[in-house]
Each structure stands twice: as C-alpha cells, then as structure tokens.
Ligand binder design. Structure first.
Ligand code: ATR
Length: 275
C-alpha cells in the first residue's frame, strides 16, 4: 500500500508558521489523505534534512526564514521565477529524490491583490514599493510580470534599493525614503514590504496624505490584519488589501502539486487560518 503523502514547512523559528493550519484545513476540507507538519531546522542541518525527508514519505516542503536563499543550492531544477527572485519557498521531491524548487511568493502576492482589488489594472500606472528585502524581490518580479509600467522603490537603506534596480533593470526608479510621500500621488498601487507595523516592530511613519482614493494599497504584514499603514490608506478612501491572502495564495501551488487538488482561497480559508 502506498503511504499517504506528507509535506511540511521548514524554518527556524517555526512555531509561528500558519502553514500547518492552512494545509491541514485544505486536507480536511477536500477529504484528502495526507499530513502537513512544521519542522524546525537549523542552518547546519538544512542539507541533511532535505536529503532525508523523501525517504520518510515527504513529497515536498515549504521553506521559510532563514533558508529561502540557501535551499537553492540543493535544488536540481529551479523555476524561472525562483531564479529571478533568488530564493525558493516551495520544494517538491521527485520520485528519484531530486529537488524541484519554486518560489510562489510573488504569485501569492499578485493573486491576493487581484482577488482583493478586482478592478485594479496593473498596466494603468506606477507601483510604489516600500522596502527592498527578500519580500520586495518577489513583489517586483510579480508586478513586472503583470505588466506594471514603472516601479518606484524606496527603502530606508537606499543602497539596497539601488542594488535591486541593478538586478531588475530600468523599469525601477529609486527615491529616497524621506521623499517617498511625494511620489504617492502618482501611484496606481502602493505596497509595504517592510516589517514596519508588524506586532512588536517599529511603526510606519511615512505620511500617506498624498495618496489618491483611486490607489490600491496593500501590506505584506498580516499581524495585525489591519496595519496602521492600511488604516491610513482607508482614511483616504483607498481600496486596501491585507497581507494574509498572500500567505494563503502562496500555498496553493505546493498543495496542488503534493496533494493533487487545487485549493480555494476564500473567506472560509481565512477564518480557518485565523481561528
Ligand atoms: P524580508 O526578506 O522579509 O523582506 P528583510 O530583508 O529583513 O526582510 O527586509 C526588511 C525590510 O524592512 C527592509 O527593506 C528594511 O529596510 P533596510 O533595508 O533599511 O534595513 C525594512 N525595515 C525594517 N525595519 C525598518 C525601520 N525601522 N525603518 C524603515 N525600514 C525598515
């Protein structure tokens, strides 16, 4: 008898991860055999863990901090989007143990945005991105792919934004963090990819007063769901999209590959993960 498929999320720390709740909910909802767990893996144990998991019945893993970049070196096949982003969050083990690496963060980001703001037209104006870390890389790749004409990037450490422009090319314009407020009036969509506003982190202090109500505003922070950044945008009358959906949507391709069913991301899914 074949074993039912197993998958897990690996990271360090890992106890905060919502992925076990998400995949566990989908398995139950669709009545599928399978198991999804969380595994704390230190940097020194990463390679050994990846080599061992397939022999224990694991068909894939989600990868979170701090391993998203390092896992690429153990992959046998890497999707274009993971190569472009320079990191992977979804690994699938082939039957011969070979590792197929993908990055679904950008996909999760854009799917969430399209679901939360169905009238948003990526081609009709620039995107303004706050932050230049790993999350910003995934967001840039997804926005460029969606046909956004220009990406205006701002980061506290300007050199990191410049480095992203060097990586991703001419469609990116870098502006100083202190001047970020002034480019907001041109924006079609505004995204916070920094950790500012997250529970326990510093506050987001850039003024959003220059926003127009037609602009769509989204945050990758989802704890709290209504971040001060989104609340400020709501005051202006903007359509806002919280960050939880990005996490839910990024899980879709892995779940489909491992358990054979493309899962829904809907209100029921959100409630199950928040419960
Ligand atoms: P991730 O990979 O999740 O994007 P990261 O690489 O640590 O995380 O990036 C965090 C982002 O939040 C960076 O853009 C960081 O700005 P710096 O590059 O200047 O560090 C931004 N960030 C974190 N704390 C900040 C703060 N207090 N003020 C402004 N930006 C901040």
């Amino acid at each position: 008898m074949t074993q039912s498929p197993k998958a897990c999320v690996i990271g360090n720390p890992i106890s905060h991860s919502l992925s076990p709740k998400l995949h566990g909910y989908w398995l139950k909802r669709y009545g599928l055999p399978g198991e999804y767990t969380a595994l704390q893996v230190t940097e020194g144990d990463l390679e050994e863990t990846l080599r061992m998991l397939p022999s224990q019945g694991f068909v894939g893993v989600n990868v979170t901090l701090p391993h998203k970049v390092e896992v690429l070196q153990y992959a046998d096949q890497i999707t274009d989007r993971a190569t472009l982003i320079g990191a992977a969050n979804t690994l699938t083990f082939k039957e011969d143990g070979r590792i197929f690496a993908d990055n679904t963060d950008g996909y999760g980001f854009i799917s969430n945005l399209r679901q939360g703001a169905p009238d948003w037209d990526p081609k009709s104006g620039p995107a303004v991105i706050f932050g230049a870390g790993g999350a910003a890389r995934a967001v840039i790749v997804a926005l460029a792919d969606a046909g956004v004409p220009e990406i205006i990037l701002t980061n506290r450490t300007r050199a990191k934004a410049e480095a992203l422009r060097a990586d991703f090319g001419a469609r990116i314009r870098v502006v100083d963090w202190v001047q970020a407020g002034s480019v907001l009036e041109d924006a079609n969509v505004v995204i916070n990819t920094t950790s500012l506003g997250m529970k326990g982190a510093a506050e987001f202090k850039v003024s959003l007063d220059a926003l127009r109500p037609e602009t769509v505003v989204t945050d990758i922070v989802y704890n709290p769901l209504r971040t001060p950044f989104l609340k400020a945008a709501e005051k202006v009358g903007c359509t806002t999209v919280d960050g939880l959906g990005m996490l839910l949507h990024q899980g879709v391709p892995g779940f489909e590959r491992w358990f054979g069913k493309r899962p829904e991301v809907d209100e029921e899914t959100r409630q199950a993960v928040l419960a």
